[in-house]
Design a protein around this ligand. Structure first.
Ligand SMILES: *Cc1c(COP(=O)(O)O)cnc(C)c1O
Length: 389
């Protein structure tokens, strides 16, 4: 079962089998964790394809092939974190190049562009990607890379991947889609014309909050060559145990995502009808401003729900601290439900005025809806909101 792009196979079959074969020496059905740094050579430079584990490791190869298949790509490159994967793409640029990025990117992506790469002469313009005119106006002759997320964090805005990719392709600009929030089960950006997909494996793909990792997936042999060179040269590669855990995680991705989505939709509907709620952000609700686009582009609305409570920062903190089934924590995408209060947690480093300008109100609560029983999640949300008077 090594066919990576066999269109006759369903997503779940690919998730369970792609990149994996029984171990040739024992028949073990699970890919072994190859805890080795080096490989014995039959003669100088005569190897079985592996010589040093920063460059390649069999457990990592299986994971990379599996993830490439899930995104419909021809190659995958594994990293020790999502940020290491993003860093690798920015390494394609040189001083004087320009980046255009969405204005509500993951905080770490904003930070690497503005504090790490800026000093190497790489400038970034942040724009509202829902406004294609504004987006096109931001492109310059030296723009080489467009970075986007859809749905975004934490407001779950959705952008037209095909339209953005088309504009970029016509101008020879590379598009990098961060697909962490959707997962390949819900959306495959390469199929809409994006050049590269990045994931934080830490989230839905790992799926069990037990590892940190990243991956890049694409289709171009030339990009593969350049990115693999950076991957090996910079060396932010994942260890084999983490790769094994990702492989174990992706085997249930399709089943987990179904439950994440149905639970999230139930929570979003319940919140929308709640008197203490000002607004619910969920792509699967008809009230979402890009609902129609989301339903064209995604299989379902995803597992993340953000809700604006009629609350101050202090009241928002109080509600976020009152959950019993949801755990108060950053991150997302694991089987267990998590609650985040962006104003005091994930987005606290943004000054209040800027936070409000970006649409992040003091009473905004972000939920990573897990795969527990729906009734328990609904009851937990209900009792936590009851803390608001
Ligand atoms: C978590 C996350 C990242 C960064 O990934 P790490 O694995 O934490 O380095 C990038 N993008 C998005 C959307 C994320 O949620």
């Amino acid at each position: 079962m090594t066919h990576l792009n066999d269109p006759s196979l369903g997503f779940g079959t690919i998730a369970i089998h792609a990149g994996q074969q029984p171990d040739p020496t024992t028949g073990a059905i699970m890919t072994p964790v190859y805890l080795t740094s080096t490989y014995v050579q039959e003669a100088p430079a005569v190897t079985k394809g592996y010589d040093y584990s920063r460059s390649h490791n069999p457990t990592r190869t299986a994971m990379e092939q599996n993830l490439a298949a899930l995104e419909g790509g021809s190659f995958g490159l594994g990293f020790s974190s999502g940020m290491a994967a993003i860093h690798c793409v920015i390494n394609l640029l040189k001083s004087g190049d320009h980046v255009v990025a969405g204005n509500d990117l993951y905080g770490g992506t904003f930070r690497i562009l503005t504090t790490v790469h800026k000093k190497f002469g790489i400038d970034t313009t942040f724009v509202d990607l829902s406004n294609l005119k504004e987006f096109e106006a931001a492109l310059r002759p030296n723009t080489r890379l467009v970075m986007l997320e859809s749905p975004t964090n934490p407001l779950l805005r959705v952008f037209d991947l095909a339209a953005i990719a088309k504009i970029c392709r016509e101008r020879g600009i590379l598009t990098l889609a961060d697909n962490t929030f959707a997962s390949p089960y819900l959306q495959q950006p390469l199929r809409f014309g994006c050049d590269l997909v990045v994931h934080s494996l830490t989230k839905y793909l790992g799926g069990h909050s037990d590892l940190v990792g990243g991956v890049l997936v694409g289709n171009s042999a030339e990009l593969h060559k350049q990115l693999a060179h950076f991957q090996n040269s910079v060396g932010g590669t994942p260890g084999p145990l983490d790769c094994f855990l990702v492989l174990r995680g992706t085997k249930t991705l399709h089943v987990r995502m179904e439950r994440h989505c149905s639970n999230a939709l139930a929570v979003a509907r319940m919140l929308e009808a709640h008197p203490k709620v000002a607004r619910v952000h969920y792509p699967g609700l008809p009230s979402h401003p890009q609902h129609a686009l989301a339903m064209r582009q995604m299989r379902a609305g995803g597992g993340m729900v953000s809700v604006e409570l009629k609350a101050t920062v202090e009241e928002g903190k109080k509600v976020a601290s009152s959950f019993r089934v949801f755990s108060l924590a950053e991150s997302l995408g694991g089987v267990e439900s998590l609650v985040d209060h962006p104003a005091s947690m994930t987005h606290a480093s943004i000054p209040a005025a800027e936070r409000h300008k970006a649409g992040l109100s003091d009473g905004l609560i972000r939920l990573s809806v897990g795969i527990e029983d729906e009734k328990d999640l609904l009851a937990d949300v209900e009792q936590a909101l009851a803390k608001l008077r």
